[in-house]
Design a protein around this ligand. Structure first.
Ligand SMILES: Cc1cc2nc3c(=O)[nH]c(=O)nc-3n(C[C@H](O)[C@H](O)[C@H](O)COP(=O)(O)OP(=O)(O)OC[C@H]3O[C@@H](n4cnc5c(N)ncnc54)[C@H](O)[C@@H]3O)c2cc1C
Length: 376
């Protein structure tokens, strides 16, 4: 979010500084692990559709400017397949995704069990009641490259980047904001705080109460010899049961990599950026294989060739927080995570830049206001 905002401000010829305690792109926050799903039909809610549309436009603009490949339209399959599936269940993620695509005229196909088996035989044991949503324009973006490109272009257009420098204090008055780091003090007219996992610790109340950090694991499983997955696997979100831990997601097996990345999400044990265990144990690798891969995905072995830990910053309703700070003037606080923010980051950076320049954004971001948590 910070890289996108700095880039958009520099592009608009605004004098801008970006400050990061690490050296982005890095592996300590929420924006690493090679790939992030993007899709126009955002089953999390209709309010996200205009945002992701803008992001898709900006990824292509960034590709043209940088010559880097950032956004791969591999096709996206959202799939629900389990014996307890109720086709009338309005909370089902696949059904919600289909509904949004129909409402917003997003190109897609609805697949039944026979079509899923025929087109995507890598999904083992597809239930007869299974339903699939296929969005040909969906796929993935490459977060580290997106960050690196936006920061590089921002610097080329005059932004100053302070890396390896930690913000320790923020104050404001009617004239602007004062940001104190462990190395300097900066004055600015406007401030956008996008501190990810660290936002609660940096900003205190009410953010420390509202934002919880959840450790997540990413796994790259080696392909079976001769597996026909390369070039034939979409980006996917696969619900195989009811409740937490019954959904996994994955990415295409890419040429030359010999592996397929797959992950799931957990919301039962929260951590802090300071205490987060950043290693994945062999027992956790085994557990992932047994619970999410074995018997569900063909062509993939139990061998993990790479793993990573990354963390979500999650709000009570799993939607973003984007709002002016309740007491700090000229300060926008943004926590567009809850596990689904990257696809929106390019467009949000553009919107946050507009807020800095003219006090409002073209995108309607009012549903992410802090007021919805009043009393919590
Ligand atoms: C495992 C995983 C899978 C995900 N999958 C998807 C997906 O498929 N699709 C999708 O759209 N989204 C996905 N997301 C969510 C998405 O990646 C996040 O929403 C997004 O990356 C959050 O970006 P951010 O800028 O808020 O946080 P970060 O990228 O973590 O940035 C916060 C930055 O603030 C810096 N910082 C913090 N405190 C200070 C301080 N005091 N001083 C200076 N700098 C500071 C940090 O160093 C860091 O660089 C996933 C997230 C995870 C963890």
């Amino acid at each position: 979010m910070g890289a996108a905002t700095v880039y958009q401000l520099a592009k608009a010829s605004v004098k801008v500084a970006g400050i990061d305690r690490h050296h982005p792109p890095h592996t300590f926050g929420s924006s690493h692990g090679d790939t992030r799903i993007t899709r126009l039909s955002v089953g999390e809610g209709a309010q996200y559709v205009p945002i992701v549309r803008n992001s898709h436009r900006i990824w292509r603009e960034l590709e043209a400017l940088s010559g880097e490949s950032l956004f791969e339209q591999s096709g996206l399959l959202v799939l629900t397949s389990h014996d307890d599936f109720d086709p009338g269940d309005e909370t089902d993620f696949t059904l919600r995704t289909i509904g949004l695509a129909q409402t917003y005229g997003i190109e897609h196909e609805v697949l039944d069990a026979a079509q899923i088996r025929q087109r995507f035989p890598q999904f083992a044991q597809v239930a007869d009641s299974a339903i699939g949503y296929y969005e040909p324009g969906g796929g993935f973006v490459q977060p580290e490259r997106c960050i690196e490109v936006q920061l590089r272009l921002a610097e080329q257009q005059g932004a100053t980047l302070y890396k390896g420098e930690t913000v320790t204090h923020i104050s404001s008055d009617e004239h602007g904001v004062t940001v104190t780091t462990d190395q300097r003090t900066l004055q600015a007219d406007k401030l956008v705080v996008s501190a990810g996992n660290w936002a609660g610790g940096l900003l205190g109340a009410p953010f420390d109460r509202l934002l919880k950090v959840y450790r997540q694991q990413l796994f790259w499983f080696e392909l079976e010899p001769g597996a026909q997955l390369v070039g034939a696997s979409p980006t996917f979100i696969f619900t195989h049961g009811l409740g937490e831990g019954q959904t996994n997601y994955g990415f295409p097996a890419l040429p030359g990599e010999g592996s397929l990345k797959i992950a799931t999400a957990q919301y039962h044990t929260s951590s802090t950026p300071e205490t987060l265990d950043r290693t994945v144990s062999p027992a956790q690798e085994r557990e992932m294989y047994e619970q999410q891969v074995q018997g569900r995905l063909c062509g993939v072995t139990a061998k993990v060739v790479k793993s990573a830990v990354c963390a979500y910053t999650v709000t009570p309703d799993h939607h973003f927080i984007i709002d002016q700070h309740p007491t700090l003037q000229h300060t926008l606080v943004v926590s567009p995570c809850s596990g689904h923010g990257f696809k929106h980051s390019a467009a949000l950076g553009e919107a946050f830049a507009q807020w800095c320049i003219r006090g409002a954004s073209e995108l309607d971001l009012s549903s992410f206001s802090l007021t919805r948590f009043e009393g919590q």
